[in-house]
Design a protein. Structure first.
Length: 142
């Protein structure tokens, strides 16, 4: 079962549209990170980049390494944030996760993929939907 959290706070104002998108996405990732801290997760990395892609947040939930994709959207949009995580994106996340696990000698540990959807109401309120174990490895594996 996922976790839902409502947060109210000031919205950020930025210059051009690209700056606004970047600030909006960063705000969503900041809220997701705070949510994970509140749940007792240990944050291992943010915006972990490899040549093949990026993972927004890598955390530890007990003995499990968790790879988290954060999707931030305005409420009332034509699709839910989680719908933006296509099969191709899941495969990309899985490949980068494997690289992280190999680099940190964690290939024999438990791991899972979560999604956190951060929705803004446009008036300073935010809703966080956390979906643990949101997807499995692609059929082709790592």
């Amino acid at each position: 079962m996922g976790h839902v959290r409502n947060i109210v706070g000031p919205s950020e104002e930025c210059g051009n549209l690209s700056d606004k998108r970047i600030a909006f996405g960063k705000k969503g990732e900041d809220l997701a990170t705070a949510h994970l801290h509140d749940l007792g997760y240990e944050i291992l990395a943010r915006n972990y980049r490899q040549q093949r892609g990026e993972i927004d947040i890598i955390a530890k939930d007990g003995d499990c390494t968790v790879f988290i994709e954060v999707k931030s959207r305005m409420a009332g949009g034509c699709y839910a944030p989680g719908e933006a995580i296509t099969a191709r994106k899941r495969s990309q996340i899985a490949r980068v996760a494997q690289m992280y696990l190999a680099a940190h000698r964690l290939l024999d540990t438990r791991a899972r993929f979560d999604v956190i959807a951060v929705l803004s109401d446009g008036a300073g309120g935010w809703r966080i939907d956390h979906i643990p174990n949101a997807f499995d490895l692609p059929a082709s594996g790592w």
